[in-house]
Design a protein. Structure first.
Length: 130
């Protein structure tokens, strides 16, 4: 099984490290990766927010599963794009990723649905926040 891990931070290093332990994994890629990840995976020079580039890479290399670490590509809709092309990807679709990507949206949603959460306020200017 060929796996692509997207991202280059500590979270992605932990994901790649664990994925590499599977006897089912025959090839592990990471985009863009980092020096530590390069010890366990082949790092490819694609930014985590290059959705089209990542999709094209996954297709051309016949990647069996893509795992997304950072929230930015999730919020940008990478899962939706991969699924359009019938590429297997692990992560929430764009609408669901908004819960993690936008704290203001999440707090508003929880307030509207009366889900217990800590009090919060949203500001668009520095002055009122002080």
């Amino acid at each position: 099984m060929k796996v692509l891990v997207v991202g280059g931070g500590g979270r992605e290093h932990a994901l790649a490290w664990k994925v590499a332990q599977s006897p089912r994994v025959t090839k592990l890629y990471c985009a863009p990766g980092n020096a530590g990840i390069a010890r366990i995976a082949e790092c490819v020079p694609l930014a985590a927010d290059d959705l089209a580039g990542l999709r094209d890479f996954a297709r051309s290399q016949r990647v069996d599963l893509t795992v997304i670490g950072p929230e930015a590509p999730l919020a940008a809709g990478i899962v939706d794009e991969f699924r359009k092309d019938k590429l297997l990807i692990f992560g929430p679709h764009k609408a669901a990723a908004r819960l993690e990507a936008s704290k203001a949206f999440s707090k508003d949603l929880m307030a509207r649905l009366r889900i217990p959460t800590a009090d919060a306020q949203t500001f668009t200017a520095v002055g009122p926040a002080l």
